[in-house]
Write a protein that binds this ligand. Structure first.
Ligand code: GLC
Ligand code: CA
Length: 504
C-alpha cells in the first residue's frame, strides 16, 4: 500500500465560529473558511480539521449535537460544505470533520425517542464525576424519574455504546460524510466512548484524585475504533481517523493505534501538549512516546487547541522567538503536526471580559477561541467573542518576510522539501542543560534553547537551513550557539557531491 497522505501532512485546526465570517454576522462560517483557502494554500497546509459544524444548542459550542448529518445554520448549509470540500480539493487541501460519539445533546430527538440509546440508573450508581463542574456525572431526568449519565455537562448525555443500534447509527453517520468526500474525522473523547457495563466505582487514589478506570479508558472502546477503521478503509483513499485520545501513560496511549495498525491512524500526543516548554520535560516525554509506539504508529503533535488555549501564551509567555521554537518542535518531531488557527502568527490568548464569557467550562476556554485577526483593523463586524489584540495579524505578517507567519510558511516548505524532516528517525543529540536537540534521519538536526542562558551545541555543525532568528539562515556553524529562546534546523552533512539533506 502506498504511504498514506497524512503521514507527510501538516494539519490545521479551524474553529469555525472564529476563523472567517463570510456573511458579516459576526460568526465565522463555512463560506468564510472557503474564502480563506487561498491563504491556507499559500501557508502550505494539507488539511483542515473543523470543530463540530452540526446543529447544536451550543451549550458546549457544537460538542452537543442535535443532528449528526446536518449543518448548523449559523455556519451555512450542506452546499457550503460541499463547496468547501471541492474548492479545498482544487487547492490540495482536505477537509476533516469532528465526530462526537461519546454523547449527544439532550436536545437530540434520540434523547426523548430512544432512551435505550443512553445510560440510565434508578439511583446514582457510582462515584463518577462530571468533567465540567466536578459534581456527579448523573442527573435526574424529572420526566422519567431516573438518572442519566453525562461525563461532561448535564446537557450532554452519554450514549450507550453497549447498544448495537447506537453503533449502527454511527456507522451510518460515518458513511454519510465519507460518501461526501470528507477526508476523515477527528474523534472527540476517543478514549472514553464505551463505559464499564457494570458501572463500577472509579478508584480514588489519595493525592491524585479520581483515577478514571471504569468511566473511561475501557478496552471495549478499541473494538469500536477497529470497526471504524475497517469502514474507513473501504474508501479510496482510506479516510483518516485522528483521535482525541487521552491516556494515563505512553503505553496505554500507544494502544490506540492497535497492535496490527487496525485502530486510529493518528492520535494527538497530549503528553507533549500538556508538558511545559522545557527541554528536559519535553525530551523525556518524546523519548517515552518514541519508546512506547509500535512501528506503524504515528503521533500527532499540537501545542494549542480550542480546549487548552494558545501556545504563544501558554508556552511562550508572549515571546515570539519562543513561539517559533514551539513551532520548530511541532514540525520538527517525527509525526504529523497540527497547527491551531493563529499559531502561525504566534497569536496570543484573547482577552474575554467576564460578561462576554460563553464557555460552559471553568476556567473558560474562550481566550483560546477568539476570532482570527485577519487585519490590524479587525475585519470582523461585532464578532461573537471579542477580538482584542490584533497586533499579530495576517495582513501585516504576510507582507513582512521576517514575520512568524513567514517563518511558519518556510518551515512547512522545508518539511515538504526534506524527506528526512518528514519521515526520518528521531535521535536525541546530547546537549548542555536547557537545550533540546535531535537528529532527523542522518543529516538534519533540530535544536532549541529553552533556557534563559546561551548554549553551545558541540554536536551540531553544518549549515543553518532555518532559524528563529532569520538573520542566521544560511550561516555555517562549527558548533551551534543558541541565544535563550532561539532555535534552528541545521543540515549537518557537508558532502561535496551535493548534500544528502537536499531536496527530493
Ligand atoms: C472534547 C472537546 C471539548 C469538549 C468535550 C466534550 O474534549 O475537545 O471541547 O468540551 O470533548 O465534548
Ligand atoms: Ca457568518
Amino acid at each position: 500500500m502506498s504511504k498514506p497522505w497524512w503521514r507527510d501532512a501538516v494539519l490545521y485546526q479551524v474553529y469555525p465560529r472564529s476563523f472567517a465570517d463570510g456573511n458579516g454576522d459576526g460568526i465565522g462560517d463555512l463560506a468564510g473558511a472557503a474564502e480563506r483557502l487561498e491563504y491556507l494554500e499559500w501557508l502550505g497546509v494539507d488539511a483542515i480539521w473543523l470543530n463540530p459544524i452540526h446543529p447544536s444548542p451550543n451549550v458546549d459550542w457544537g460538542y452537543d449535537v442535535t443532528d449528526y448529518t446536518g449543518i448548523h445554520p449559523d455556519l451555512g448549509t450542506l452546499d457550503d460544505l460541499d463547496r468547501l470540500i471541492a474548492e479545498g480539493a482544487s487547492r490540495g487541501i482536505r477537509i476533516l470533520l469532528d465526530l462526537v460519539p461519546n454523547h449527544s445533546s439532550d436536545g437530540h430527538p434520540w434523547f426523548r425517542e430512544r432512551p435505550d440509546f443512553y445510560v440510565w440508573s434508578e439511583e446514582i450508581p457510582n462515584n463518577w464525576e462530571s468533567i465540567f463542574g466536578g459534581g456527579p456525572a448523573w442527573t435526574l431526568d424529572e420526566e422519567r424519574g431516573r438518572y442519566y449519565l453525562h461525563n461532561f455537562a448535564p446537557e450532554q448525555p452519554d450514549l450507550n455504546w453497549w447498544n448495537p443500534e447506537v453503533r449502527a447509527e454511527f456507522e451510518r453517520i460515518l458513511r454519510f460524510w465519507f460518501d461526501r468526500d470528507v477526508a476523515g474525522f477527528r474523534i472527540d473523547v476517543a478514549h472514553a466512548i464505551v463505559k464499564d457495563r457494570e458501572l463500577r466505582d472509579d478508584p480514588v487514589i489519595p493525592g491524585l484524585g479520581m483515577r478514571r478506570r471504569y468511566s473511561m479508558f475501557r478496552p471495549e472502546t478499541h473494538e469500536i475504533l477497529r470497526e471504524w477503521r475497517a469502514l474507513a478503509e473501504t474508501y479510496d483513499p482510506p479516510r483518516l481517523l485522528l483521535g482525541e485520545a487521552y491516556s494515563l501513560e505512553a503505553e496505554q496511549w500507544a494502544g490506540y493505534f492497535g497492535e496490527r495498525d487496525d485502530q486510529l491512524d493518528l492520535a494527538f500526543a497530549f503528553m507533549l501538549t500538556h508538558a511545559a516548554l522545557d527541554a528536559d520535560e519535553m525530551r523525556g516525554v518524546v523519548s517515552e512516546i518514541e519508546a512506547a509506539l509500535p512501528a506503524h504508529a504515528w503521533p500527532c503533535w499540537a501545542g494549542s487547541n480550542h480546549d487548552i488555549g494558545r501556545l504563544a501564551t501558554r508556552w511562550a509567555k508572549g515571546d515570539e522567538s519562543r513561539a517559533r521554537c514551539a513551532l520548530l518542535i511541532l514540525l520538527g518531531l517525527r509525526g504529523t503536526p497540527c497547527l491551531y488557527y493563529g499559531d502561525e502568527l504566534a497569536l496570543e490568548a484573547g482577552a474575554v471580559p467576564a460578561d462576554r464569557v460563553l464557555d460552559c467550562a471553568t476556567p473558560s476556554r474562550d481566550p483560546g477561541r477568539t476570532p482570527m485577526p485577519w487585519t490590524a483593523g479587525g475585519d470582523w463586524l461585532d464578532p461573537w467573542l471579542p477580538l482584542s489584540d490584533t497586533s499579530r495579524n495576517v495582513e501585516d505578517q504576510r507582507v513582512d518576510s521576517g514575520s512568524t507567519l513567514h517563518f511558519t510558511r518556510d518551515l512547512i516548505g522545508l518539511r515538504r522539501q526534506l524527506p528526512a524532516l518528514r519521515s526520518g528517525t528521531y535521535t536525541e543529540i546530547p546537549t548542555s542543560a536547557g537545550a533540546w536537540a535531535w537528529r532527523r534521519g542522518a543529516d538534519v538536526a533540530v535544536a532549541v534553547n529553552l533556557a534563559d542562558a546561551p548554549v553551545e551545541l558541540d554536536d551540531v555543525s553544518g549549515a543553518i537551513l532555518l532559524a528563529t532568528n532569520r538573520s542566521r539562515d544560511g550561516e555555517l556553524v562549527e558548533s551551534l550557539a543558541l541565544a535563550p529562546g532561539e532555535g534552528a534546523i541545521v543540515a549537518t552533512s557537508q558532502r561535496s557531491s551535493g548534500s544528502s539533506a537536499a531536496s527530493e
